[in-house]
Design a protein around this ligand. Structure first.
Ligand code: 13P
Length: 257
């Protein structure tokens, strides 16, 4: 295993926060704090803010992502957004299978798989989220859950596409709770995820895949989490809404790179 082979990625997930004018403000604050960082920075913003944020970030290295995408190209899917719609705006990444989508909007491993495949076909990089619930951790079945989620979410994705996939390990009990996984727990899970990828794909592909940790990552715990061998970055919720905190996390990742 060689961490230096992998891209370090810090992605902000703004969730359902920020109106268009607020998004512009936040982007303009984040820009000078993160542009030119030694890691990849991605802002995953609400659909309504994509165009504004993309325009505000023109001429920088900061990438913009969406938080969901539908798997069909077009049709009678009221309220949904297609890969083509995102691509035309200049979106490069999309979060797929976030636990909040699974919990509140009926997302399943099967639909995660369909969305991921559709994103890859359209040249969008999916950030596929996996992670166990509290009772699953307490019942000692974390690895079983991760292995099932990965196998099903990645079904039918060929070798040449897995290089464009990013995995985010987000233990559900750590999301928005202020209860961060310890760096050891994060490392153990991310290492296990890499082992699962190794079983499904060639070793060198598993070795070059970026695996992010998400769940109450903040400016004070980022460095410790990001220093771990198999933690290649972070998917940040709450702290990505505060420019200074997000900037500190990006700085912590850049030191590690
Ligand atoms: P918090 O950082 O707010 O815990 O959210 C994590 C997350 O869900 C990122 O996708």
């Amino acid at each position: 295993m060689d961490k230096s082979k992998r891209k370090t990625i810090i992605a902000g997930n703004w969730k359902m926060n920020k109106t268009m004018s607020e998004a512009l403000d936040l982007t303009n604050q984040i820009k000078p704090l993160t542009n030119g960082a030694d890691c990849e920075v991605v802002l995953c913003v609400p659909f309504t803010n994509l165009e504004t944020v993309i325009n505000a970030l023109k001429g920088t290295d900061i990438k913009v992502g969406a938080q969901n995408v539908h798997f069909e190209h077009s049709g009678a899917f009221t309220g949904e957004i297609s890969v083509g719609m995102l691509k035309e705006l200049g979106v490069q990444h999309v979060i797929v299978g976030h636990s909040e989508r699974r919990q509140y909007f009926g997302e399943t491993d099967e639909t995660v798989n369909k969305r991921a495949k559709s994103a890859l076909q359209g040249n969008l990089m999916p950030i596929i989220c996996v992670g166990e619930l509290l009772w699953e951790r307490e019942a000692g079945i974390t690895e079983e859950v991760l292995s099932r989620q990965l196998k099903l979410s990645l079904a039918g994705i060929p070798d040449n596409d897995i290089t464009k996939v990013i995995i985010a390990y987000e233990p559900v009990w750590a999301i928005g709770t202020g209860k961060t996984a310890t760096s050891e727990q994060a490392e153990q899970a991310c290492k296990f995820i890499r082992l699962c990828i190794e079983k499904l794909y060639k070793n060198e592909l598993a070795d070059s895949l970026s695996i992010l940790y998400g769940g109450s990552m903040n400016a004070s715990n980022a460095e410790q989490l990001l220093a771990k061998e198999d933690v290649d970055g972070g998917l940040i919720g709450g702290a990505s809404l505060k420019a200074l905190d997000f900037g500190e996390i990006v700085k912590a990742a850049s030191i590690i790179v």
